[in-house]
Ligand binder design. Sequence first.
Ligand code: 4NP
Length: 162
Amino acid sequence: MYKILFVCLGNICRSPAAENIMNQHLAEAGLDGSIYCDSAGTSGYHIGAPPDRRMAASLQQRGYPVTGRARQFEWADFREFDLILAMDRENQRDILSLDSTGRYHSKVKLFCDYAQNHRETEVPDPYYGGPEGFEKVITLLEDGCQTLVEELKNKLSTESQP
Ligand code: 4NP
């Protein structure tokens, strides 16, 4: 099973939204049995908390489920996951700094590398802003998840060829 981990700072806004949106897109593409998604935060500020209620409301309004409890990124995640997608550069730096050997660095990418229809290079932190910030995050995440699903479809069909 191919495993993807979405990572932000608190694991209550951006990364749980990415996980839920991606799971929905995977289910629609019939790939939910082949790809496993999870999310984590680089900080331990909100361990055990459900997604932020403003993020949850925006997700529900767009028809996405809202699941998950915050957890902190841990070293074992480097081995466990095939692809680790950081929401912003600070998250990416913090993850990379935990792997001093550099052995897993190639697994750690910026989510926005996949958001083809946007100029943003980072998913902006919506925590201290208004509701439009949460909407913006969802739109960016939908864009990136769509590309990711297409890439995964191609990858799985190539791998299944004799
Ligand atoms: P997230 O958003 O990283 O997208 O989950 C934040 C959540 C909490 C805080 C900052 C950003 N905080 O400072 O507590």
